[in-house]
Design a protein around this ligand. Structure first.
Ligand code: NAD
Ligand code: UDX
Length: 468
């Protein structure tokens, strides 16, 4: 197998950046160059005071340890491709917005243009690694494009190496992954390429955790893993609705169910709905794949996981309206948290966006506080989610606050949309004293001590708990 000395990663986003920064840290003998077309993003990765384009606990230390030594960020895509023996394709694969498969299928044009660039500029043979999450058999299209366009004497081996990191814990997940999955063709060349990539990970990942499988299994396993994780959340959220109607408590139910070692206790936390750039996109991708394969029952099964998630978000908005005496028009509501989960500044598909859209449709005033999401991002997301409301009008209805305490002052209701630890630690007595009465709290993340809040005087609604 080839000995990998230089790696290029195309795409300096949430996956390419942390993944390849960790490879550089763990493999000082390998030169890693992460490239992107987005100049601003690369500038941020290179910023002298490490003001990186994404927030991820521990990431700054990893970048500090290697940047300028064997880790480089650049917009010179062609040079990095030419120098490397191994190239990760780590570009975005969002849900298509228009055309065939709109709303379901993955938009593969970023993957295709990166692949075409590799074919156009490579002067010698390369191992090309699909890191992006893609539909099953995308590797075949990549090979066809590469082989049709390459120079004489160049050969390309394609591997699938999906990424399983979760945002907020990316560095931890990369340092000690549950598994690294590598898919290859089962030919001698395919196995050799797989060995070359495995030997990179072997610098820090125990051998037993590096799984090697066929190309198509690897591609499908990524979609399957995300679909099954999201399915657990939709299952517990479906049960949370039953809890609210019966007086059962979803925390007790998930604890009791999760104690069964066959079920396991993780990923059974009821919530206002799952968000993030992956779950919905990857399930819709699986739905589209199933439909294309003429498997409508399979498609309907997975689609329901996303539909239940939509239901959970709108059910929560409705609880807020119903509880505030059936109208929130002109009322002041604070939303604590805008990121899709704690410990990230990422807002993609964040349930907070849907809640705020619903509140604005009811003509409520909304005040938002999030410790990591910047103002520009919030305005951009709200403008996108409310295409019929001009931004000036949105800005009349929405205020951004510099702290949680400030955000809650003189408001009628507080909604917890993200499970940031600091929301648990606020002085809720002070919050109460400064709020309009009756003061309401809606806990969409099960992080607050409802009994304690009730003792202070709050009226409290928690996902998955009947009113007491
Ligand atoms: P991202 O949008 O943060 O980053 C992708 C980057 O690729 C962007 O900066 C974009 O400018 C760049 N890019 C696009 N086309 C390019 C081209 N032709 N040449 C150079 N650069 C190009 O996306 P992400 O969150 O890092 O996700 C990347 C892939 O990884 C997706 O397929 C996603 O499904 C998958 N994934 C994401 C996560 C996650 O937690 N975000 C986890 C696992 C897998
Ligand atoms: C997910 C997968 O976990 C990861 O393996 C994959 O590589 C990318 O997609 P991510 O979306 O970053 O990672 O975060 P994750 O921790 O999975 O949370 C996704 C959403 O589900 C968040 O909105 C989170 O708050 C929510 N969630 C998670 C719940 O509502 N309940 C839970 O029990 C767990």
């Amino acid at each position: 197998p080839v000995k990998v000395k230089k790696i290029c990663c195309i795409g300096a986003g949430y996956v390419g950046g942390p993944t390849c920064a960790v490879i550089a840290l763990k493999c000082p003998q390998i030169q890693v160059t992460i490239v992107d077309l987005n100049q601003a993003r690369i500038d941020a990765w290179n910023s002298p005071d490490f003001d990186l384009p994404i927030y991820e606990p521990g990431l700054v230390d990893v970048v500090k340890a290697s940047r300028g030594r064997n880790l480089f960020f650049s917009t010179d895509v062609d040079k990095a491709i030419q120098e490397a023996e191994l190239i990760f394709v780590s570009v975005n694969t969002p849900t298509k917005k228009t055309g065939v498969g709109a709303g379901f299928g993955a938009d593969l044009h970023y993957v295709e243009s990166a692949t075409r660039r590799i074919a156009a500029v490579a002067q010698n043979s390369k191992i090309v690694v699909e890191k992006s999450t893609v539909p099953c058999r995308t590797a075949e299209s990549m090979r066809t494009i590469l082989e049709a366009n390459c120079k004489p004497g160049c050969r390309f081996d394609i591997l699938s190496n999906p990424e399983f990191l979760a945002e907020g814990t990316a560095i931890q997940d990369l340092f000690s992954p549950d598994r690294v999955l590598i898919g290859s063709l089962q030919t001698q060349e395919g196995k050799d390429a797989c060995g070359a990539l495995a030997s990179v990970y072997a610098n820090w990942v125990p051998n037993g955790r590096i799984l090697t499988v066929g190309l198509w299994s690897s591609e499908l396993s990524k979609l399957a893993a995300n679909a099954m994780l999201a399915q657990r959340i939709s299952s517990i959220n479906a049960l949370s609705a039953i809890c609210e109607a019966t007086g059962a408590n979803i925390d007790e139910v998930s604890h009791a169910v999760g104690y069964d070692s066959r079920v396991g206790s993780k990923f059974l936390r009821a919530s206002v709905g799952f968000g993030g750039s992956c779950f919905q996109k990857d399930i819709l991708n699986l739905v589209y794949l199933s439909e294309s394969l003429h498997l409508p029952e399979v498609a309907a099964y997975w689609r329901q996981v996303v539909e239940l998630n939509e239901y959970q978000k709108s059910r929560f908005s409705k609880t807020v309206v119903d509880t505030l005496f059936n109208t929130i028009t002109g009322k002041h509501i604070t939303v604590l948290g805008f990121a899709f989960k704690a410990d990230t500044g990422d807002t993609r598909e964040s349930p907070a966006i849907s809640l705020i859209r619903d509140f604005l449709a009811e003509r409520a005033y909304v005040t938002i506080y999030d410790p990591k999401v910047d103002a520009e991002q919030i305005w951009q997301d709200l403008a996108e989610a409310n295409p019929n409301l001009p931004l000036e009008l949105i800005k009349k209805q929405v205020t951004l606050a510099p702290s949680a305490l400030e955000a809650c002052k003189n408001k009628e209701a507080v909604v917890i949309a993200t499970e940031w630890k600091e929301f648990k630690e606020i002085d809720w007595q002070v919050v109460y004293d400064n709020m309009t009465k009756p003061a309401f709290v809606f806990d969409g993340r099960l992080i607050l001590d409802a009994e304690k809040l009730r003792k202070i005087g709050f009226r409290v609604k928690v996902i998955g708990r009947g009113s007491q």
